[in-house]
Ligand binder design. Structure first.
Ligand code: AMP
Ligand code: ZN
Length: 648
């Protein structure tokens, strides 16, 4: 068995990773069958790295949540050379001699792989960056992910799982023949595949990976060395990277790449530019959203002409009425587009967009397609577009405030608004109530079972059973999902309340500090605005929201139903040594790794940020500390050293 496993793994590696098969498929199959025969006869001796783990079928019940030990980050975007230049200047202000590594931005899904003693123990999706889904069984079916490493390492690596163009073509061909809906693009196909409960399907879909990051503390001192190390460990890394000394070099790489993008066997949506030196990366640190040491250049939007067939007006969560054009279908950036946003009434007026106009439609990154302009020469209709005067949902008069570009329905009981509030409340980033999507919300409203979000916690299984299409099992499942959401940490509830400008990141920061929603509701504008990454716009929006009677009643009702109003995430107790302090680390530490130092400070209640400002309480400076230390001294901020940190 040992021999067969070693041989088969070597053949598979040559086939999938090195793209140079050593034996024929038939010979491989023969050896594989020999192995399976032995494994069937001796099931307790099946080796952990046996290739049979990759094919055996399992039907999963669902995916469990997985708390990432090291959070996953997103990237700042740039769409032009100017934006890249601005990024470069910011970096060079502190590190004049910095050099960059340019990596292809693979259009797939981030994955995180954790190995213990060299064995793959967890494979997870990114999720919101701190909690993802455990999809280990599916990732084991991705042929180029090693199940075991050549050394017994404890390591967490990150990368992108994607569907090669060839697999995508094949998968869609099969779907078309079977009369199934085809995937819109390889990215959706990869995402859909990784969420399959039947692992056999995953094994057949031909997914592949590129790994690019060691998330656990690394010995490497350059990003390029990380790629080398990952390659040595048997991961597939993308060798199409480029080391650049200047932004001009970077730009050259991008232009060259744009020319050969079509010919690549996988889809990319841009280039990720990273500071190559990892010590400088650590120095630069992170904003609330993304690393300061990297930027993603996204290829420019694609544009095409289409005809506007009709326009839908829909009422959103805040009463804003949004026009969407139905178009003659076009192919845009690899997907079929038949709808595009017209933004708002002012936009329609400004661009003079009319029904049956031929318009230019464009798409950039993940943004929904939008109408850019009218092709005047192709105009058929003489009349300006009909603009609704009453709400398409409740019929009340629409308002067009002078300082707003949109039409608004201000009826607080407007069903369309209430429905989309509820949908938002249940959505993934908010309370994450599985099964409470738009069609169920629609049914609950039609049956008069709910009017606002507080009502969903009063629903019984019996009531759910009265809804069309619900059986004992589905009703119980939804009921349980609703009950389970009561245990969510309160930042989800805060997102779910749908307060303007208050998204996941801000909610987390707010509750880490204020701990409970009632306490946040009582906080002053100044207290809120003083938080790192929050600011006055969010603070204003929050205080306005919580001063309304409606909000107070809603929170009280939710509390009465047993919904958690406090933050359950890890924050040191209020009496922790450094509770509430904002600390900046700078310079080179001799004994502690930067990540360890940060973890230690955080475990003692401190909030560790990347830049020194008036909000900083303390700076911990190692050797060779530069501008941050100088700034701290300027501002009269207390400075400590590594020995102090160790003594804590
Ligand atoms: P965005 O989703 O546009 O914020 O871009 C961030 C995502 O780019 C990450 O979460 C990764 O999934 C993805 N990505 C693709 N290729 C790379 C790469 N070479 N380095 C870093 N991120 C990458
Ligand atoms: Zn309305």
């Amino acid at each position: 068995m040992n021999e067969l496993v070693t041989q088969l793994n070597q053949y598979a590696d040559a086939y999938y990773r090195l793209d140079s098969p050593l034996i024929s498929d038939a010979e491989y199959d023969k050896l594989y069958r020999d192995l399976v025969e032995l494994e069937t006869a001796h099931p307790d001796l099946v080796l952990p790295n046996s290739p049979s783990h990759r094919v055996g079928g399992k039907v999963l019940e669902g995916f469990s949540k997985y708390q990432h030990q090291y959070p996953l980050y997103s990237l700042q975007d740039a769409f032009s050379f100017e934006e890249l230049g601005a990024f470069d200047r910011r970096v060079r202000k502190e590190f004049p001699n910095v050099t960059y590594i340019c990596e292809l931005k693979i259009d797939g899904l981030s994955i995180s792989l954790t190995y213990e003693a060299g064995h793959l123990v967890v494979g997870a999706t990114r999720g919101d960056g701190s909690i993802g889904e455990n999809i280990t069984e599916n990732l084991k079916r991705v042929q180029d992910i090693p199940l075991t490493l050549p050394e017994p390492l404890d390591i967490t690596v990150r990368g992108e799982c994607y569907m090669p163009k060839a697999s995508f073509g094949r998968v869609n061909q099969i779907r078309q023949e079977a009369g199934e809906v085809e995937f819109a693009n390889p990215r959706n196909a990869a995402a859909g595949t990784l969420r399959q409960l039947d692992t056999r399907i995953v094994a057949k879909r031909g997914l592949a990976t590129f790994l690019y990051q060691e998330a656990s503390p690394t010995e490497a001192d350059r990003q390029s060395h990380v790629l080398e190390k990952l390659t040595k460990l048997g991961f597939v890394t993308n060798q199409d990277y480029y080391l650049a000394d200047t932004m001009e070099d970077v730009w050259q790489f991008i232009e060259d790449l744009a020319g050969r993008r079509e010919a690549l066997p996988y889809e990319i949506d841009g280039v990720v530019i990273k500071v190559n030196n990892l010590a400088i990366q650590e120095e630069l640190g992170f904003t609330v959203k993304a690393p300061r040491w990297a930027i993603a250049y996204k290829f420019p939007a694609e544009e095409k002409e289409a005809e506007i067939l009709s326009v839908d007006w829909t009422v959103g969560r805040t009463g804003v009425v949004t026009p969407t054009a139905n178009l003659t279908p076009i192919q845009l950036a690899g997907t079929t587009v038949s709808r595009a946003t017209l933004h708002n009434v002012d936009y329609i007026a400004e661009k003079d967009i009319r029904l049956h106009d031929t318009v230019i439609v464009y798409k950039a990154g993940d943004i929904i397609p939008a109408v850019l302009s009218v092709v005047a020469a192709k105009r058929k209709q003489q009349e300006p577009m009909d603009i609704p005067t009453v709400c398409p949902s409740c019929g009340s008069s629409l308002l067009h405030y002078e300082d707003e570009v949109a039409l608004r329905c201000i009826n607080p009981l407007c069903p369309a608004q209430l429905k989309s509030k509820l949908e938002h409340f249940a959505s993934r980033d908010a309370m994450n109530i599985a099964g409470l999507g738009s069609s169920i919300v629609e049914k609950l409203f039609s049956a008069n079972l709910v009017q606002d979000v507080a009502d969903i916690y009063r629903l019984s299984v019996e009531e759910l059973l009265t809804l069309e299409g619900f059986k004992e099992k589905s009703a119980t499942k939804l009921y349980q999902a609703i009950q389970a959401s009561k245990e969510n940490s309160a930042e989800r509830l805060l997102v779910g309340l749908g307060i303007r400008h208050v998204g996941s990141k801000a909610s987390k920061v707010l509750l880490e500090t204020f701990r409970t929603i009632p306490r946040l509701a009582e906080a002053s504008l100044e207290e809120i605005a003083a938080l790192d990454g929050v600011g006055t716009v969010i603070a204003q929006s929050l205080t306005t929201y919580f001063s309304s009677e409606g909000a107070k009643t809603l929170v009280a009702e939710l509390e009465a139903s047993g919904v958690t109003l406090s933050y359950l995430g890890q924050v040191a107790a209020a009496d922790a040594l450094l509770a509430g302090m904002t600390i900046v680390l700078t310079g080179k530490l001799e004994r502690l790794k930067r990540s360890e130092a940060k973890a230690k400070l955080e475990s003692l209640g401190a909030h560790v940020t990347g830049s020194v400002s008036k909000k900083t309480d303390l700076v911990v400076a190692g050797s060779d500390a530069g501008s941050k230390l100088a700034k701290a001294q300027d501002l009269g901020i207390e400075v400590r050293d590594e020995a102090w940190l160790e003594s804590l």
